[in-house]
Design a protein around this ligand. Sequence first.
Ligand SMILES: [Zn+2]
Length: 435
Amino acid sequence: MKYTYRSTLFAALVATAVCAPALAGEVLVSAAKLLDVRSGKMINDPQVLIRDGRIVAIGQGAAAFTPGPSTTRVDLPGLTLLPGLIDMHVHLDSDPSYGGYTGLEYGDRFWSVLTVPHAGKTLDAGFTTVRNVGADAWNDVGLRQAISEGKVRGPRVVTASYAFGATGGHCDSTFFPPSMKQSSPYNADSPEQGRKMVRELRKYGAQVIKICATGGVFSRNTEPGQQQLSLAEMKAIAEEAHQWGLQVAAHAHGASGIKDAIRAGVNTIEHASLIDDEGIALAKKYGAWLSMDIYNTEYTQAEGKKNGTLEDNLRKDREVADAQREGFRRAHAAGVKMVYGTDAGVYPHGDNARQFAWMVKYGMTPLQAIQAATLNASEALASKDVGVIEVGRFGDMVAVAGDPTRDVTLLENVAVVIKNGDVVLNKVAPAAAKP
Ligand SMILES: [Zn+2]
């Protein structure tokens, strides 16, 4: 996104367990099919046994496990199971219906509160893990804590807290004149300041570091192609983050900013709109992931004006949209590693799955698009907890009617969402879902 004024102003598959007895407190999920996102193969009559939120065994056929008297049975006949989906680029405290200056009508905590319905909509869309790459006022950190305490429904949230960059850059507060001076508390204008920001943000809850390497679409007086952090600054930030065990995500539209971010050791390049052939070669060489939000322009161009988004921001969105989609096609064809990142918050939360169809339109197979939102995302997060239905990982799954490797748009309407072994949405049998 989109660091608008309010940025600162307001603030193993198939364990061959045969007839193992199921224990009390367990959940046994059965379905018609299960997509193994590693091999792309469909498993018939899967049985997934979950204990204390984690998958402990996977079998095939009704006789695979003998459920105990207190085992919760989740039978999903006719449905296909796949891993809970992962969106690597969301902003749960943003609402696209307040464009331009219209958000100034609301107080600081309005945006904090909005994270609650947004998190629920995201979970109900089948996204059981998200990476929140930029929030105001620690909104994402508070939300993560409330979700993990069971106070609020929502996905697992990997938090960046504040995104930061250069003074006057895309991550700064850019919507006000000098007489109403507003600036991000986390601007960094030297390598040393960059290191300091990494330490400060980590101290209060950042689990990934998000920087703005270039200008952007939804800020004022920045251009997407313009590099805003130097190679030296990004190297210092990446080195510091990595020292603390954190990864770095860089907002980067322009070709030079993308390349310097990759050279600096940044882990994921967000948007990557104007990537050139040298950038594609560098991404391959360094193993950088691209997170390209190629759906949201549909929403911005259709609804932005009505929402109060300024014409200059709509102009920038139009200018990068086609180039980004063609860049996606070229990068994927060249074999660059891709994750699923949508910039939800620029378009309505809960519509996260709409990007799958665009990734297929621009060169991926449905399976590759699904892998971007599952297996690849887990690798990019360096997580062995999510993204694949296999023993040891969390019991996070979705179920859909039909075969999403043939029709990826099926993912826009998941029938069942399971998080930690709990059925959190069940459109087939609504009463069976946990409130
Ligand atoms: Zn964003």
